[in-house]
Structures are given as structure tokens and as C-alpha cells.
Design a protein around this ligand. Structure first.
Ligand code: GLC
Ligand code: CA
Length: 539
């Protein structure tokens, strides 16, 4: 077990993201709940993770699955009660698992008491908690658009003003320029720290310094000032884990967010590697340019070395399943899921596994009516209005839609994959007959045990945490190979990203080295489809 009183403990840790709505239902309403997470803690302990990032469980109208919070200090009854949350924190801790909560500080729900007050009159003390502009009802303050479609401004006729909503009208943005708002949020964070929460994932944190009058959402002038204030006032203990979601992060800004001086956050989720297989927008699906991916990782690995810290991830609740995206879910599901895992976990940083990734869960294809996500629904209409056929629009959704990752966790090959006794809120993927946790636990060659082994390796060999990254054969379009070197330890990671046989990659130094992990028996000679090998030597 990691010593979590050490301030850098998260550098050796592996986290697991639970999307509670889809994890485990215990009362038959078709919706995952906190008791379900408690029930599955033993499973997570077997996997070996050190912490859970729990997607939002706060009281919420669920317009955006909890990323629209109506009360930061209450648990949504759909997920359980505060006692369940407290029990989860305690039970997780017994198993060496720290709970990291999701903090949505950029906006609230339009049902939050603050917003109901704010919109009731211009003189209400809460009015200034949000961002308002005067204007005629037919003329929003400017052309800015909301992430989930439509204008970023919504008119409230009762007071003759527009409020700013970066994501959707149900998610009004908080006014961070108001010091009272910042104070409230800091106090709320202390409420959760007092409950024993060990850290936070900060939703769209790069947006909090916005200046809507100038069209600025990300990287506003006061962004880092606000984050430093949060660190000083709310994240007081330096053992708390803090990871910011920052779609706009570059290596340069990540150095600031994750400055080792501890003045801001521990790390950020950056998304450069996740945007390489898209054109102008997320729905423009392109093949993965492997050379660019390799160079992107190289830039992040070398760029933050000693001056920041990387997060490592391939999936989350907003992204499609990686085995469907960069692997081959049809012919080489198990091999390619393991290869991608090795590629990711071999690097320097803190890995995050998204629920079901450790089973090699895949994307789903549903009729448009069966989707739940507001982004998918809006995108479908927008794609049609831009001239795509319904088939084309659906293909884009099959490739990129967020519900791909949100289908219920596949526990068994039984009814509803063991997720629920009732009708699941989102359909279960039919491949649960083959792809499920029970089958994985019974098969020593499963993707699950490969992840378990990767987690254990990170704890055993310091080179995983400390090693300097060197990219091999940068221009090779089919194979991703790199080394890690530190203190006499040397690690080689080789990944065949194709279904073709490729020439062996093995620098002289690694001839006869120990194999730490591989996804085929007898790992030697030419690389088989989606083969991966991790070789190790200690001087
Ligand atoms: C983040 C969340 C996403 C949510 C959005 C708005 O990107 O991960 O699920 O919809 O923020 O809160
Ligand atoms: Ca339930």
C-alpha cells in the first residue's frame, strides 16, 4: 500500500474513474448508485488501484449527468444518501483506495438555489454569482456559442438580462470575478475534505477565468490567480490530489498548472493526444496518425520532466472506447486492448483507468432515439443541418459520441450484464456475453489481469515513475517504441499498432533482457498483430 502521508504519493498511484450512473445498480431502478460502488470495492482492490475518481454524485437535475449541480453539499437521492457516501469513503480507505471527487466549479445547474435567487431580480444578493449582460430579447450580447449547441447566452425576460452559459442553458456559468463566489466554493471544498475525501478532479478548470465580453473562455487573464487561490484556501493539505481537466492545456501551460512548487495543481488532463484523429471538429473522424501521436507523447513526456507531471489516460466518460478507436475491436480486441494499455502505462505520469477499460469494453451503435447524452442529440441535429446524411451523422456519433463510454459496466453474461435487475438507463452492449468482469476474472490471459500486472509493475520498478522517456524510430508509422531510463534501470516498450507482422524492435542493449509483460507467448522475433512487449534490464 502506498504511504499517503507523503506529499508526492500520487506519483506512484494508479486511479480508476467510476461513472456512478453506469457502474452498479443495487435497487433495481436501472441507475448505478453509491451502494453499488461500495459493493464493487473488492473488485477494485483486486485490480490494485490506489484511488477512485468519482464522477459527480451531488444533487442534480441530471441534464448533463451530474455535471449540472443543484446542491454541492448534498448527494442526489438517485445515488443514495450522505451516509452512503461516508461509508464509501471509509470502506474504500480500508482497502487503500482514496476517493477523489469531481468538482464542477465553472458552472452550476440552473436549479441551484443560487441561480434561482440570481434570476429572480437584479437586486438579489445572489444576482452577481452569475454572469449577466443587459440587452434586447432578440439580440444576445455576442455571437459566442455553447459547447452543447446554441447560443452561449440565455435571456431571462423577468429581469431583461442575458446570462452566460458556456455548456448549455441548464448550466449557467458562475461569476468567478465575484470574491464571494470564490469564498463559497472554497468553503464547500473544505466540507468535503472534512468528510475524508482525498482529492479532486476539477471539471473544465481552464474556463474559470473567462471574459465573455472578449470571447475568451479558456486561459483567461486571471485563471492561474484563481487556481492559486483555491490551492491556498481550499487545497490546504499538500497530500490532497488535484487534477484539472484542461482541454486547452499545452505543455507550456501545463508546466504552470502542475508547477512542482505546489502553488497550483498536481497535474492536468490534457487532450492533445485525443484530438489528433479529428479534423476541424470532434465529429470529423480521421484515421489515427501514429507518427503525430508518438511525437505528441514525446513532447509531453520530455516537456514536463522535472517541471510538472503528466496524467496518463486513454478513456473517460466523454471519450469513445479506445479499443474501438485505436485498436481493433473486431479481430484483435484482447491483443489491441493490452497493447494500448502497455503503451499508456509505460510512460511517466499518473495513469487513470476508466471503468470497463480494464475489460476491453467497446463502443456501441444505437438508433438515435436510444441515446441519452445532450451533446449527442444536439450534434446529430447540427450535423444534419450542415448537410450530412442521417447515416453519416450516426457514423460520427458511433465513432465519437460520449454514450459509447457510458453504457452499463459489464459484470456478467447474465441479465443486463449484472449491472441492474431493472431496465438500465442506457442499453447494455450486447457483447457482454463475452466481455464481462466475471469471465475476465476467470481467465488468466484477460485484459483485466494485464492491467493488474501493469499496476503492480509501477509499484515494483521505480523506472515507471522516474525514468526519462526516449522515443525510438519517430518516423515509423506502424510501431510505437520507447525506452525509459533512470538510476541504472532501463525499460523498453514496443507496441505494434497494426494487424500486420512487423520487424522486431530491440535495441542492442535489450538483447536477452527480462520480459516484464507481453500480450503473446514467447515474445521474440517479428512483432505479431498488435503485439506489445515490455523488456527490462538493471545495470
Ligand atoms: C467536462 C465533463 C463533461 C461535462 C462538461 C461540462 O468536460 O467531463 O462530462 O459535460 O465538463 O461540465
Ligand atoms: Ca440505483
Amino acid at each position: 500500500m502506498l504511504d499517503k502521508t507523503k506529499k508526492d504519493w500520487w506519483k506512484s498511484a494508479v486511479f480508476y474513474q467510476v461513472y456512478p450512473k453506469s457502474f452498479q445498480d443495487t435497487n433495481g431502478d436501472g441507475i448505478g448508485d453509491l451502494r453499488g460502488v461500495i459493493q464493487r470495492l473488492d473488485y477494485l482492490e483486486t485490480l490494485g488501484v490506489d484511488g477512485i475518481w468519482l464522477s459527480p454524485v451531488y444533487a442534480s437535475p441530471q441534464k448533463d449527468n451530474g455535471y449540472d449541480i443543484a446542491d454541492y453539499r448534498a448527494i442526489d437521492p438517485m445515488f443514495g444518501a450522505m451516509e452512503d457516501m461516508e461509508e464509501l469513503i471509509r470502506e474504500a480507505e480500508k482497502r487503500g483506495i482514496t476517493i477523489i471527487m469531481d468538482l464542477v466549479l465553472n458552472h452550476t445547474s440552473d436549479r441551484h438555489r443560487w441561480f434561482l435567487e440570481a434570476r429572480s431580480s437584479r437586486d438579489n444578493p445572489y444576482h452577481d454569482y452569475y454572469i449577466w449582460r443587459d440587452g434586447a430579447p432578440d439580440c444576445p450580447p455576442n455571437e459566442m456559442t455553447a459547447t452543447f449547441g446554441g447560443s452561449a447566452w440565455t435571456y431571462v425576460p423577468e429581469i431583461g438580462q442575458w446570462y452566460f452559459n458556456q455548456f448549455s442553458p441548464w448550466q449557467p456559468d458562475l461569476n468567478w470575478e465575484n470574491p464571494v463566489v470564490r469564498g463559497e466554493l472554497c468553503e464547500m471544498i473544505r466540507f468535503w475534505v472534512a468528510k475524508g475525501v482525498g482529492g479532486f478532479r476539477l471539471d473544465v478548470i481552464d474556463n474559470i477565468g473567462k471574459e465573455p465580453d472578449h470571447g475568451i473562455t479558456c486561459n483567461g487573464p486571471r485563471l492561474h490567480e484563481y487556481i492559486r487561490e483555491l490551492r491556498r484556501r481550499a487545497f490546504r493539505e499538500d497530500t490532497l490530489v488535484t487534477v484539472g481537466e484542461a482541454w486547452s492545456a499545452s505543455v507550456e501551460t501545463a508546466r504552470q498548472y502542475a508547477d512542482p512548487d505546489g502553488s497550483e495543481l498536481n497535474m492536468v488532463f490534457q487532450f492533445e493526444h485525443m484530438c489528433l484523429d479529428s479534423g476541424g471538429e470532434k465529429w470529423d473522424v480521421l484515421p489515427l496518425p501514429l507518427v503525430r501521436l508518438k511525437k505528441c507523447y514525446e513532447r509531453w513526456q520530455t516537456g514536463l520532466r522535472g517541471s510538472g507531471w503528466n496524467s496518463l489516460f486513454l478513456e473517460n466518460h466523454d471519450l469513445p472506447r479506445v479499443v474501438s478507436r485505436w485498436g481493433d475491436e473486431g479481430n484483435w480486441r484482447v491483443q489491441s486492448a493490452k497493447m494500448l494499455a502497455a503503451m499508456c502505462h509505460g510512460m511517466q505520469g499518473t495513469p487513470y483507468i476508466y471503468q470497463g477499460e480494464e475489460l476491453g469494453m467497446t463502443n456501441i451503435r444505437l438508433p438515435i432515439e436510444a441515446y441519452d447524452d445532450l451533446e449527442i442529440k444536439n450534434a446529430y441535429q447540427e450535423l444534419l443541418s450542415k448537410g450530412r446524411t442521417p447515416e453519416e451523422a450516426l457514423e460520427a456519433i458511433y465513432a465519437r459520441g460520449r454514450d459509447n463510454a457510458r453504457t452499463p459496466m459489464q459484470w456478467t453474461d447474465g441479465e443486463n450484464a449484472g449491472f441492474s435487475d431493472g431496465e438500465p438507463w442506457l442499453p447494455v452492449n450486447r457483447n457482454c456475453l463475452a466481455v464481462n468482469a466475471r469471465a475476465a476474472l476467470a481467465d488468466p490471459d484477460s485484459v483485466f489481469y494485464f492491467y493488474q500486472r501493469l499496476i503492480a509493475l509501477r509499484k515494483t520498478y521505480p523506472v515507471f515513475r522516474d525514468g526519462a522517456f526516449t522515443l525510438l524510430d519517430p518516423e515509423d508509422e506502424k510501431c510505437f517504441a520507447y525506452t525509459r531510463d533512470a538510476g541504472g534501470e532501463h525499460l523498453l516498450v514496443v507496441c505494434n499498432f497494426t494487424a500486420e507482422e512487423l520487424p522486431e524492435v530491440c535495441p542492442e542493449q535489450f538483447r536477452g533482457a527480462e520480459t516484464l509483460l507481453a500480450n503473446y507467448p514467447d515474445p521474440a522475433g517479428p512483432l505479431r498483430p498488435y503485439e506489445t512487449r515490455m523488456l527490462y534490464i538493471k545495470a
